[in-house]
Design a protein around this ligand. Structure first.
Ligand code: C5P
Length: 227
């Protein structure tokens, strides 16, 4: 069946997007990074001075939000999915520490979530989709064909993220990354709107000890069990 919807939720920096992308490539599905959408809104809010410390000017953001268009394109030469904000390539900028530091405050806002969920459903109309995030199995696609809830030890996650950012040339300490990962999990799990939760029918994948290949094999086995 080519039109399944696969939802991958879980904690910050536990490799959801890596396995989702690997799987999408292998079975020729569309990969959708829902976190990138919240990151774009955050970047937009930052650039327009709508975030002070951890306070968001929600009235102004509500006024501007329809001016933000979010799209994804595949870059053949770099072999990667890239995120665009109003046709500007922002793929690297949305992954930096400043955005990571603020994104959970933006993702708490109800009207932001409603808008993102609509967009996520629109992009998935034809099926054959793998989407990763925090509320995909609980809110965006409660009827997804396969739901996976990923997690890993905090230390393992922090080290993975540290290596990734170092490779990109970001100057950041392991300590700062560990704190960011913990803080985002806390805010994501404790917010009122669509908190991060394992859907009842999701299968847990703790990948602390698993290589990307092993994770991919594990998911493919789970796909075979879908009735
Ligand atoms: O997946 P990623 O780490 O890029 O997501 C960044 C942030 O966006 C998360 O920490 C969370 O606050 C928010 N998010 C969300 N719901 C999603 C995806 C991401 O609230 N479906």
């Amino acid at each position: 069946d080519k039109n399944l919807i696969i939802a991958i939720d879980g904690h910050s920096s536990c490799g959801k997007s890596t396995v989702a992308k690997d799987l999408a490539k292998k079975i020729n599905y569309t990969y959708i990074d829902s976190g990138a959408m919240y990151r774009v809104v955050t970047l937009f809010a930052m650039r327009n001075g709508l975030i002070l410390e951890d306070k968001v000017d929600e009235n102004k953001l509500a006024h501007f939000i329809d001016q933000i268009s979010i799209s994804f394109r595949y870059n053949e030469s770099k072999q990667r999915h890239e995120t665009y904000m109003n046709d500007e390539l922002v793929e690297d900028e949305i992954r930096n520490m400043e955005v990571s530091d603020k994104v959970s405050f933006i993702a708490k806002i109800k009207f932001v979530r409603e808008k993102m969920v609509t967009l996520q459903r629109d992009l998935s109309k034809s099926g054959g989709v793998i989407m990763d995030g925090r509320d995909i199995g609980t809110v965006v696609f409660p009827n997804a064909d396969l739901k996976i809830f990923m997690t890993a030890d905090v230390e393992v996650r922090a080290i993975r993220r540290y290596k990734e950012l170092k490779e990109k040339g970001e100057d950041i300490s392991l300590e700062a990354i560990r704190e960011n990962v913990k803080k985002r999990d806390f805010i994501d799990e404790n917010r009122e709107e669509s908190p991060l939760r394992k859907a009842e029918d999701a299968i847990i994948l703790n990948n602390s000890q698993l290589s990307p290949e092993e994770q991919l094999d594990w998911i493919i086995e789970r796909m075979k069990e879908i009735k």
